[in-house]
Design a protein around this ligand. Sequence first.
Ligand SMILES: Nc1ncnc2c1ncn2[C@@H]1O[C@H](COP(=O)(O)OP(=O)(O)OP(=O)(O)O)[C@@H](O)[C@H]1O
Length: 313
Amino acid sequence: MIEATSLTKRYGKTLAVNNLSFSVEPGQVTGFLGPNGAGKSTTMRMILGLDNPTSGQVRIGGKRYHDLKNPLRTVGALLDAKWVHPNRSARAHLRWMARSNQIPARRVDEVLDTVGLTSVANKRAGGFSLGMSQRLGIAAALLGDPEVLLFDEPVNGLDPEGILWIRKFMQRLAEEGRTVFVSSHLLSEMALTASNLVVIGKGQLISQSSTKDFVARAAENTVKVRSPQLDVLRAALREASATVTDSDGGILVSGMDSDKIGELAAEKGVVLHELSPQTGSLEQAFMQITGDSVEYHTGLEAEAQKVLEASAN
Ligand SMILES: Nc1ncnc2c1ncn2[C@@H]1O[C@H](COP(=O)(O)OP(=O)(O)OP(=O)(O)O)[C@@H](O)[C@H]1O
């Protein structure tokens, strides 16, 4: 369990993390979502004692990182996959880490096997692909068999196979009862991976909820309607408190789902030519939730679509 209370970090004039409180429970993957520059990495560094809060605190299993007797046995982290001596083999790298943390050498082969790197254990880590480096980083995080695992943007730059592997792996770690906290700026990826979300923007908490609730809130749909009797329908919808805007020869309705609109049309004897829920508005809704000044990567419409498809399944 991770508990942040009024966590604040200032770098000169920049307030990177601002009065942030949240908790991360064991047994599930919790996504840490926010746009680039929102303060995710800074928060993770404070959890790991790599940076000191300006004020507030964060505890892992009730303790501050610096007060943990054997930190690697309590918390493992993947922050930067390329943090490996390039001429060392994967096995030598892990043995060196194990030695410096009083972890038995036999654990090295166990974690290599867990992440599927046994066959390349003696190869130079400097020659590894990004996907293999990520696996090695995860093996290192697992060396102390920790209860709590942190992953900072673990799927950045990975191919679809690598992304799928990491997603399944994190879910497996959570099923084993561990606390898994993973940061990303991609809503679609988090919607597929995490069952809970801590969402931040400009260093502040925007929401902490289940992923399902967050996506439902972000994806509040509009419905497109075409009809030869639009005037009648428009008036009936407004009377029923739905919001109606004209669009492309038809109307867009929000505040009422498609079932209800169809029933209302039937009641008024209105012929419908189209009644289609619009799902592309997730990005906009998400931007509203996360604030006006955030910058997201392009391609979010496609991302939004994937989220909606996944949440429908
Ligand atoms: N060591 C530092 N010195 C000064 N400013 C910093 C430092 N580290 C982070 N910042 C600033 O703090 C803010 C939050 O950065 P942070 O890296 O934590 O965000 P992030 O959500 O992890 O973003 P990204 O996904 O881009 O890494 C940014 O404005 C960043 O420029």
